[in-house]
Design a protein around this ligand. Structure first.
Ligand code: XIL
Length: 352
């Protein structure tokens, strides 16, 4: 089947496997002369968060995006505050542009994120709602958004960051008003709106084996036992070189996979206290390599996504004072040691 035929069929059918095959369909030229990371891998898919303001308007940004990656996650464009800033007025325009761009460039889309305590619209956080009203509002949000993109999203981060570090459930508007059952309900509602999309639980500081990842594993296993549709777990992978590398990541991914879940690294970046030095860049490259190698080693690790690919547009300096340089390309889009490390790791595992 020709590449364009394959793409058309994949989109028409909307199944997760078809979308992946579409993203992997490479012309013979690319297979022999790999240009970007995406040409060096059959699994995992290699993804990035995308800033939709730069998509199309920044030519270099867009060229790197399409050369290197076969999976995209909107950095902000699918969050509730972006799609429904005003109650009842849905605006999917930025996310639609990304999804159309992804289709044209044979990239799968990870939908991010449906239920979170952050980046909620002001009308929601400042309003007063009964528990029943709030549940209806959440149900409508999930149904609106998932049905809008039905058949075009490979996987949804349905619930994001529901745990505290000690493994207890985070105190959020959802837990307070709907109780712990909000998680199962969110997955069921998402599945009703797009039965083909893979559904993920996603969180940070899940990399190591410990109280937080133990709680996440217990949650997803309990959801499965109750018949709740859940397919995978996203490990965000926000690391910093000033902290020890999470040595148990590989073993941890393996135990989730052994329990029957797909796994993915969904938001990898490796920040450092500024200023940048060659030594720090080398450590950063090792941290990126470690995360990618762990994913490569686990058959059910389906994607490895960086949270932005260039230092100029990374979220890190805006949130972590005095830190930055967390991505594989520098402020001028020049590849850093971390980029070459990712490339080399993929090349070492390429067996075709
Ligand atoms: C971040 C974005 O990168 C920023 O642009 C935004 O201002 C705040 O959110 N975990 C997540 C992501 O799941 O959605 C967050 O993205 C980073 C932490």
């Amino acid at each position: 089947m020709s590449r364009s035929n394959l793409s058309r069929r994949a989109w028409a059918c909307g199944s997760a496997l078809a979308l992946v095959l579409m993203a992997l369909a490479a012309g013979p030229a690319q297979a022999h002369h790999p240009r970007g990371l995406r040409d060096l891998t059959q699994r995992p898919l290699i993804g990035t968060a995308v800033n939709t303001d730069l998509l199309g308007s920044d030519a270099t940004y867009t060229a790197i995006l399409d050369r290197e990656f076969n999976s995209v996650t909107p950095e902000n464009a699918m969050k509730w505050e972006s799609v429904e800033a005003q109650r009842g007025v849905l605006d999917f325009s930025a996310a639609d542009r990304l999804v159309a761009h992804a289709r044209a460039h044979r990239q799968i889309v990870r939908g991010h994120t449906l239920v979170w305590h952050s980046q909620l619209p002001a009308w929601l956080t400042s309003g007063t709602f009964t528990n029943e009203e709030l549940e209806a509002i959440l149900h409508k949000h999930i149904t609106d958004e998932v049905s809008h993109f039905r058949g075009r999203i490979y996987a949804w981060d349905v619930v994001n960051e529901a745990f505290n570090e000690d493994g207890t459930l985070r105190d959020t508007i959802w837990l307070r008003q709907l109780g712990p059952g909000y998680i199962a309900k969110a997955f069921r509602w998402a599945h009703q709106a797009d039965p083909h999309a893979k559904l993920y639980y996603n969180d940070y500081n899940l990399e190591s084996i410990g109280p937080k990842s133990d709680a996440a594993l217990a949650l997803v296993q309990s959801l499965r036992r109750q018949g709740v549709p859940i397919d995978g777990v996203g490990f965000q992978g926000h690391l910093g070189i000033q902290y020890p590398y999470p040595d148990t990541l590989g073993e941890n991914l393996e135990r989730f996979a052994a329990a029957g879940f797909d796994v993915a690294i969904t938001e990898a970046d490796v920040r450092m206290p500024l200023p940048v030095t060659d030594e720090k860049l080398a450590t950063q490259a090792d941290y990126f390599t470690g995360m990618l190698e762990s994913c490569l080693a686990v058959r059910r690790c389906v994607s490895f996504t960086v949270w932005g690919f260039d230092d100029r547009h990374s979220w890190v300096p805006t949130v972590f004072a005095g830190e930055g340089a967390a991505t594989p390309f520098d402020e001028n889009y020049r590849p850093k040691p971390a980029y070459f490390a990712l490339r080399n790791a993929l090349a070492r595992h390429r067996h075709w």
